[in-house]
Ligand binder design. Structure first.
Ligand SMILES: Cc1cc2nc3c(=O)[nH]c(=O)nc-3n(C[C@H](O)[C@H](O)[C@H](O)COP(=O)(O)OP(=O)(O)OC[C@H]3O[C@@H](n4cnc5c(N)ncnc54)[C@H](O)[C@@H]3O)c2cc1C
Length: 486
């Protein structure tokens, strides 16, 4: 078997396996205060000569989008170099919690959760007229192939959770599974993946991108390439950019990877790219912060049927409202600094991730709702009445109060009962480097920049983060095929 050429050899592999086993073992989803590794730009490097080399495509960023693009290129015989600034690949993809967005797949149809792609697209466009309907249609039409590709490699992405969500059979972490498979496929294909290598500049020849400058463990390098693909993720971990572009949320915690510092946005801007919708971010309405100050996404507790309850012990909105940023606004309007997700043993039994969080001591617990209310410090009669009312909606299949329709996966009647304290934090940045439907980067005059492409969270592809990991896999495959056919 060909080996993935890590720039740190065996040490790197050990570190990577350690990272993965930590995530697998402890169910860690996101850790704002827990740096993955130090950026090479900030470490002292001995002076060395700049190395120059040439390839066909250089991909910047080894998260889901970058790895998938590189694998497809390499497997189709195209020379590719994949550069990653952190010590291990994965990026924010490693943190993806629960569901892969796909519509009208075979398994959804079999489970009676069929919805035509056209209807889903129309719904998205109705909710946001800036949505790129053609691009969404293309994504969804190619999703079944992506799911099949992943399942052939052991993903177990076989559990329809709703008419637009597919989860892993045992409810385990989506991101860990994706990165495990993509990393193995990079190795199998022999992708030249260089970690601890930060791209610092896009080389331009007039209006055309012709390569990159980067800094790695052995010093500076210049890589000449026909195509430069930016797959550098979002910018939520860069407070300066948050202040500049999304000041409303400045100072809130983030649940993304520490490498999500908007490098690609800044590199592309310096190369003449247009940045669009930079103010649009997705909040995570379910951030739990432990006593060490590390933050975790507890979205899975809502996805498995939990309800949101304020400090009066009452629901206050559709707890599975699809616009998480609006949901976060409703949460912030409640009295007090946080709210609770309340759920029961059925949710914990369905999800190994929730069971991991339980083992880590994140939850308050009670054998009765009264006992739980006591732990939460909310009026017991209110919490009991709230859950009783919700059970009625569950039985009718209709939430008359707030109109929740999705993920009503438990009646909340199986003791013990649980509550976890959450508040909103920035999870994903949704605008970014403007691209056209071929994922070519657009300049400020509305023209594509030759040789320069962007995909994944760093790109504004008109989908507003509607299906992040599906975009990584599906657009990674499609972009690679486009580059091969050039
Ligand atoms: C807590 C959480 C839960 C989520 N849950 C879900 C979910 O349930 N379903 C879903 O579909 N999505 C989910 N997402 C979103 C999804 O994980 C990401 O948006 C998506 O995977 C981003 O993929 P990417 O490849 O574009 O970026 P990333 O995976 O972030 O990869 C970008 C890579 O580029 C590297 N990089 C950056 N700058 C440079 C540079 N200058 N040089 C070299 N390398 C660089 C970074 O270190 C990183 O490894 C979640 C995100 C978070 C944070």
């Amino acid at each position: 078997m060909l080996q993935c050429r890590y720039q740190g050899g065996n040490e790197m592999k050990k570190l990577y396996s350690l990272g993965l086993s930590l995530l697998l073992g402890f169910g860690l989803t996101a850790c704002a205060g827990n740096p993955q590794t130090q950026s090479p730009a900030s470490s002292q490097q001995p002076e060395a000569e700049t190395k120059e080399e040439t390839t066909t495509t250089v991909v910047v960023g080894a998260g889901g989008a970058g790895m998938m693009t590189a694998i497809e290129l390499q497997n189709n015989g195209q020379e590719v170099i994949l550069l990653e600034k952190q010590a291990m690949p994965g990026g924010a993809t490693l943190l993806a919690a629960t569901y892969f967005v796909a519509v009208n797949t075979e398994m959804q149809k079999e489970a009676g959760m069929g919805l035509s792609i056209e209807d889903y697209v129309a719904k998205q466009v109705a909710s946001n007229p800036d949505f790129n309907a053609d691009q969404l249609q293309r994504l969804l039409e190619n999703s079944q192939d992506s799911i099949d590709w992943l399942n052939e490699r052991g993903a177990n992405l076989t559990r329809p959770m709703s008419n637009y969500q597919i989860g892993i059979e045992d409810g385990s972490s989506l991101g860990v599974m994706l990165v495990k498979i993509l990393n193995a496929e990079c190795e199998k294909a022999g992708v030249d993946l260089r970690t601890e290598t930060q791209v610092t500049e896009i080389l331009m020849d007039q209006d055309k991108a012709v390569g990159v400058k980067a800094k790695g463990p052995e010093g500076e390098m210049i890589i000449h390439a026909d195509h430069v693909v930016l797959a550098t993720g979002g910018y939520a971990a860069n407070q300066d950019l948050v202040k500049e572009y999304a000041s409303q949320w400045a100072g809130t915690p983030f649940t993304t990877a520490v490498g999500s510092t908007g490098d690609g946005h800044q590199l592309a801007k310096a190369a003449g790219a247009n940045l669009t919708n930079m103010d649009v971010v997705r909040m995570n309405p379910a951030v739990y912060t432990d006593e060490n100050g590390s933050s975790y996404s507890l979205s899975v507790a809502r996805a498995e049927g939990g309800i949101l309850v304020n400090l009066k012990g009452e629901r206050f909105c559709n707890d599975y409202y699809p616009d998480y940023t609006q949901l976060s606004r409703w949460m912030i309007e409640q009295e007090g600094d946080y709210t609770y997700i309340v759920f029961d043993q059925k949710s914990v039994d369905t999800s190994s991730r929730l069971a991991d969080f339980k083992d880590r001591g994140f939850f308050l617990e009670g054998q009765t709702l009264e006992e739980l209310a006591d732990q939460m410090g909310v009026p017991a009669e209110n919490l009991t009445a709230t859950v009783e009312k919700y059970r009625g909606y569950f039985d009718q299949g209709k939430d008359e109060e707030f109109g929740r329709t999705n993920n009503m996966n438990t009646r909340i009647d199986q003791a013990p009962y649980y509550a976890v304290k959450v508040k909103p934090g920035i999870q994903v940045t949704l605008g970014g480097i403007q691209v056209n439907d071929a994922l070519q980067v657009m300049n400020t005059e509305g023209q594509p920049i030759e040789g320069l492409y962007a995909l994944g969270e760093c790109a504004d592809d008109g989908l507003f983060g509607g299906a992040p990991t599906n975009i990584d896999i599906t657009f990674g495959r499609l972009l690679a095929q486009h580059l091969i056919n050039q």
